[in-house]
Every structure is written in C-alpha cells, then in structure tokens.
Write a protein that binds this ligand. Structure first.
Ligand code: PMP
Length: 485
C-alpha cells in the first residue's frame, strides 16, 4: 500500500516526502511485525464486506458496551473498530469500511499516519509526562512556535495548549475577558462550541447537547448567523450580501448586549455540527471590523475547520481575516488529545501568571503527534489535496442535486462538504430521509455523519489521504442508496 497515492499525482515540483520510506526505527519494528507495513496498519484500501453490518463481534461488543458504558454516550453506528489507515476503518469482524468521517474531522492526515507513529513511539520511550507547568519541555514550545507561524496574521502571536476543543474555547473566553475587563460573550445561531458548562451555554442546539443539563453559564447572548441557503428562502439579498447579514447581527448585539459589556464574539468560520454552513462572503470581515472598532475580541472557533481541512490551514484565510484568537483542536494531532488557543500576543499575554494551564495540557505525546502532523501536511501538499477533494465531491454532488430536488443545498469547502435534505415542496428540513440515508450507508460499509440544527444534513469529512477511487466509491454508494429511498 502506498498511503500517498491519491489518484491524481501532485505537481512534480511540490515538496513531498515519500510516505512509503520507513525510518530505520520503524523499519526495525516492521521486521518483527509482519502484519504491519510502513509503520501503519497494512490495511488494503478497498471496501470489503464479509458479514452483515454490524457483524457478530460488533454485536457482542455492543452488548458489553451497553452493560458497562454510560447510556449518555451516543454512537453513530454499532460497529467496533480494530484498525484504521488512509481512507479505511477495519472493524472487529474484518469488514473494511470507507471512512468519510475521520472520527469527526480528527484524522485529517489518515489514522496512524507514518510520521505520527514514529514521533509518538520515540516520545513515549523518552518520557510520557512531566507537566509543562512543572518542568517544561521543548515539544510544547515547538508546537506553539508552529501554530504562531501558521495562524493568519503577521504580528506577534502566542499559543497555549490544552486537551480538547471545549477546553480551548473555555480558555479563549477567559483570555478575552481578562484582556477587555468585560464579561459578555456573543455566539451565533446553530453554533456548536462543546459540552462543558460554558461551552454548552455557547452551543445553540438544546437536544441532545444541553437539555436537562442547566443552569448554564451567564452572560452568553445569541445573534443571527449568515445562513445563505435558509436566508435565501426569505430574502435573496440577505443570502448573498454578507455585510447585510453582519449588520443584522451587529444591530441585535448593539441593542441587546452593548459593546461596552461585550468581551468577545465567537464564531465558527464554517459551522461544523450546525451543518457546514458557510456564511455569505463579507459576513466575517464585517463582524471583525466591528469588533476592532469596539474593543471586542474576535474568536474564531476553528476546532473543526482548522488544520488543512477546508483547503487552507485555517478557514479564516478564505475570507482574508485575521482573528484575534483562534481555537484549534481535532485535526492538529491525528487523534491524540491536543487543543490550542493561538492569537495576538497582547491579548494572549493578558491573563495573569498561572491563570491558564492544566495538568495534561500540551502532553508531550500529543505535541510529538502535532509536530509530525504539521510536517505531513506541509511536506505532502495536503492543503492542495483538500481542494482536489472539494472539486471531486462538489462536481459529483451537484450533478446528483440537478436531478434530485430533495437536495436543497450542497456546500462546504475542501474536505468538509455537506448536503442539506429538504421537502421539495416547501424546503422544510427532511431529517427522516437524512437518517435513513446515513443508516443505509453504514450498512453498506460507508461511514458518514449527520449534522444540522434540524438534523437534515449529511456531512462528509474524509481523511485527506483517501484515494480518489475510494472517495468516488463512497459517493457512488451514498448517491446510489439515495436514489432508492
Ligand atoms: N468547537 C467546534 C467547532 C467543534 O466542532 C467541537 C467538536 N465537535 C468543539 C468545539 C468541541 O471540541 P471537543 O469535542 O474536543 O471538546
């Protein structure tokens, strides 16, 4: 298997390391492990179904799960993973599923990517933890340096590392409050920012994220988002004029909160759980301008959109904006728990010493994985690969949309593409069709996720290392099933 063969070769002059070239360290591991190839699980990159899905081993584990794991934890499909690499997740029954979910936008460079396997293996042998706040280590500093280099904006930047996306968002709010000495925070309709108490308050959707878990953190307010597809059903100008949509939001923020009380606005440049909503062009720059004029910190939550996912290192780059603070997680460390807040030095340095931190934040294994992930993205041209995936997916899905009026909208950027399903007569959300399609795809061996406030969006988040063939096959399966529903 050549993990880097995508179907379309990259330009000859693009800098690219050969993924199939094992380091001496990995080579010696491979020699004693015939099941493994090139340091990653040697999983053939093809869909292969050997049992009904879920198979007997998965069903058995699902029973144990029900008896042992809190019922509060959801499950997209009752299929237990055994190995994963490239565009494939192999289950415990030996089925090979096409992965169009990347563990919710995490394994952007493919699970167990070769450089990550090497870097983490070397790090685990050196030390697993000292706590960066006790005896610091270089890997944390190196990740901060890389994020400061890569985040939009040419001014001085600083970073701080945590474990999860929610934790990054919590800390971005702490930093913004510390800097502005104000307390209110505005989030948007359809937003998702996490499941901790403050981030539940920022998240819009009640069921399943908030219902029954209040009371929530105070001083959180909500503003209308730019949602071109749904705005356009009522007001065509609102759908295309991002500045107009921003004025609608700013009007409400000014009147209901007041800039004098407002520490920050937080926005996903493309909403993730909300259904991959790409705001109309001009919406984000107009909000940022207003924030700058009013001493309000602009926080971009790039937990889902960041780290090459959308065909740019950060989705804010598509709008040419430089946020004050960026929340980063998911794709940064190929599945090891790591998150970050990166931003303008004068804001990031506002918190008092020891006001930020945590026992595990910037764990050395996660930092080693992050450095290897960033190296892989840059050396293997994966940002360009995300753009190729966008073209392939949009061409395909737009063609299906042309003959199926249940598809209200196809949208997204890079390898973050979604389809919104509606009733053709009145554009009402069709969650039933969405769920039926996702369930049928799972049974056919294709991992897809749903999303959206109305539960009527199927979203695609393939690893960037998936081959064109596998991606096309996954789309063939999904669109074929749609035709039969
Ligand atoms: N923000 C966004 C935009 C997210 O998509 C998510 C996770 N889906 C989070 C925050 C929370 O991240 P975590 O689950 O790692 O806490």
């Amino acid at each position: 298997m050549c993990a880097a063969s995508w179907g379309t070769p990259p330009p000859a002059d693009s800098p690219r390391l050969e993924l199939t070239d094992p380091t001496p360290q990995r080579a010696s591991r491979l020699a004693s492990s015939p099941d493994r190839l090139f340091g990653v699980s040697a999983i053939e990159q093809s869909r292969h179904i050997v049992t009904k899905i879920p198979g007997p081993a998965s069903l058995e584990l699902t029973k144990r799960r029900a008896a042992a794991v809190s019922a509060g934890v959801g499950m997209t499909m009752p299929v237990f993973a055994a190995r994963a690499a490239g565009g494939i997740v192999e289950d415990v029954d030996g089925n090979r599923l096409i992965d169009l979910g990347s563990g919710i936008a995490v394994t952007t460079i493919g699970s167990s990517a070769p450089r990550v396997v090497d870097a983490v293996s070397a790090q685990v042998a050196d030390f697993t933890h000292t706590c960066f706040m006790v005896t610091p280590y270089e890997e944390y500093v190196a990740v901060a340096e890389q994020l400061n280099r890569l985040a939009p904006g040419s001014g001085q930047k600083r970073s701080v590392l945590f474990n999860s996306g929610s934790e990054a968002v919590e800390n971005a709010v702490k930093i913004a409050r510390s800097h502005t000495k104000k307390s209110a925070v505005v989030a948007f309709d359809h937003a998702y920012h996490g499941r901790t108490n403050l981030t539940m308050a920022l998240t819009a959707k009640s069921m399943p994220y908030k219902s029954g878990f209040g009371p929530f953190a105070p001083e959180i307010y909500r503003a209308p988002l730019s949602y071109p597809y749904r705005d356009g059903l009522i007001d065509k100008e609102m759908a295309t004029d991002g500045e107009l949509a921003a004025r609608r939001a700013i009007d409400i923020i000014s009147k209901q909160v007041g800039a004098d009380n407002l520490a920050a606005i937080i926005v996903e440049p493309i909403q993730g759980e909300g259904g991959f909503i790409v705001p109309a062009e001009g919406f984000l720059p107009a909000l940022l301008r207003w924030c700058r004029e009013n001493n309000v910190v602009f926080i971009a939550d790039e937990v889902q959109t960041g780290i090459a996912r959308t065909g740019a290192m950060f989705a804010c780059e598509h709008e040419g904006i430089e946020p004050d603070l960026i929340c980063i997680a998911k794709g940064i460390a190929d599945g090891l728990p790591l998150s970050a807040v990166t931003g303008r030095a004068e804001i990031m340095d506002a918190a008092h010493t020891s006001g930020l931190g945590g026992t595990y934040g910037g764990n050395p294994l996660a930092c080693a994985a992050a450095l290897a992930t960033l190296e892989t993205i840059e050396a293997d041209g994966l940002i360009e690969r995300a753009r190729q995936i966008e073209r392939l997916m949009k061409d395909r899905l737009h063609a299906v949309q042309a003959s199926d009026d249940r598809i209200g909208d196809v949208r997204g950027r890079g390898a973050m593409i979604a389809v919104e399903f509606v009733n053709p007569d009145d554009a009402e959300p069709d969650a039933k069709l969405t769920n039926a399609l996702a369930t049928a795809a799972h049974a056919a061996g294709v991992i897809v996720l749903t999303a959206g406030t109305f539960g009527n969006v199927v979203r695609f988040l393939p690893p960037l290392t998936i081959t064109d063939e596998l991606l096309s096959e996954g789309l063939d399966v999904v669109t074929g099933l749609l035709g039969a529903l």
